[in-house]
Design a protein around this ligand. Structure first.
Ligand code: PGA
Length: 252
């Protein structure tokens, strides 16, 4: 099988506003005219999805959300449902980002519930997994990543991964300027793919596994050159059009 088409997804986190997102999105659009080689998505704060949907219409750049409720509807004050995201042509939804896991107490089961809810609404989850620095230093990287993956596998089954993206994001590399080396990234990406292959080799071969954690214009190319790295989930560098565009080009 030829290498999977790369995906570069921006994760704006809780940054930008209407005034700053407009020129950012327009510059990204302009820089990606005639791009057919790389899939690109922007995961914005939910409040801005209507604006994003309008601005991205007809460009081939996909709309994404950063989080969603695990419930379908009901008395969940302050939450946003998959039905609501569907109103704005949202294609991807991030599930289990480490900031949600650590600051909003999202455990493996909750992340698995969100993953299932996203798929039941016909959207594509970007499932984030990754170890803390202390876990890596204790030699627990594979154990942690396997546990995070297995929670979703046991709830949704391996077939669900034919309509999903995985992002390996070592927590110690997120927003710290410390990137995993290309070898470190490849090692874990290969482990993830092999774990899925134990259950279904076709799905394992087809799924895109993104790397995330301080991806920059100057390290993207070497990370993306690795066999099992199929693009990136980009935080800080996605807030500057030129940096983000350079990362998209590096994924070609
Ligand atoms: P970063 O964030 O690129 O700023 O490290 C990546 C992420 O958290 O998705």
């Amino acid at each position: 099988m030829s290498k999977r088409q790369s995906l570069v997804a921006a994760n704006w986190k809780m940054n930008s506003n209407l005034a700053s997102m407009k020129p950012l999105v327009d510059a990204i659009k302009a820089g990606l005219v005639d791009n057919n080689d790389v899939d690109v998505a922007i995961c914005a704060p939910s409040l801005y999805l209507p604006e994003l949907e309008q601005r991205l219409a007809g460009t081939g750049i996909a709309v994404g959300a950063q989080n969603v409720s695990e419930h379908e509807a009901g008395a969940f004050t302050g939450e946003i449902s998959t039905t609501m995201l569907n109103d704005f042509n949202c294609h991807f939804v991030i599930a289990g980002h480490s900031e949600r896991r650590s600051m909003y107490a999202e455990n493996d089961e909750l992340v698995a519930d969100k993953f299932a809810q996203i798929q039941s609404a016909a959207m594509v989850p970007i499932l984030c997994v990754g170890e803390l620095l202390s876990e890596r230093e204790a030699g627990l990287t594979e154990e942690v990543v396997a546990r995070q993956l297995d929670a979703v596998l046991s709830k949704s089954g391996v077939a669900a991964f034919s309509q999903a993206v995985i992002a390996y994001e070592p927590v110690w590399a997120i927003g710290t300027g410390k990137t995993a080396s290309k070898e470190q990234a490849q090692e874990v990406h290969e482990f993830i793919r092999q774990r899925l292959a134990q259950q279904d080799s076709t799905i394992a071969a087809g799924i895109r596994i993104l790397y995330g954690g301080s991806v920059k214009a100057d390290n993207a190319k070497e990370l993306f050159s690795m066999t099992d790295v199929d693009g990136g989930l980009i935080g800080g560098a996605s807030l500057k059009a030129n940096d983000f565009l350079a990362i998209c080009r590096a994924a070609r």
